[in-house]
Design a binder for this molecule. Sequence first.
Ligand SMILES: [Zn+2]
Length: 116
Amino acid sequence: MKTEKYESGAKVSMYCSACEDDTEHTVGTVTKLGKISSAVCDNCQTASTFKGGVKTGVTAGKGKVPELYDRKKRYRKGQAMMHNIFGHGEVTAVFEAQKIDVLFGETTRRLIHDQE
Ligand SMILES: [Zn+2]
């Protein structure tokens, strides 16, 4: 199996939660093994950081403002939201019992969703 190696400044297509689509990203930093540790969306400048292939941080760009968090809404993994206290967040996991993990900056918080 081929393992992709990236370098800083490279262009890579990946999912952007703010754009809600696969967009071109510019690779910011890479690990010694050539894995992406940070990348910025070319469309909206939302910056994401990664550790071991898992997203560990997200910084909102200026291009897009996600919708306000609404507990009645059903969220899916990768979706972005704006929280009135925590700010820009991205859903990193969806659980049973109407719970989601959302990454705000570098802090993951558990919120509820899909409530009646
Ligand atoms: Zn974007």
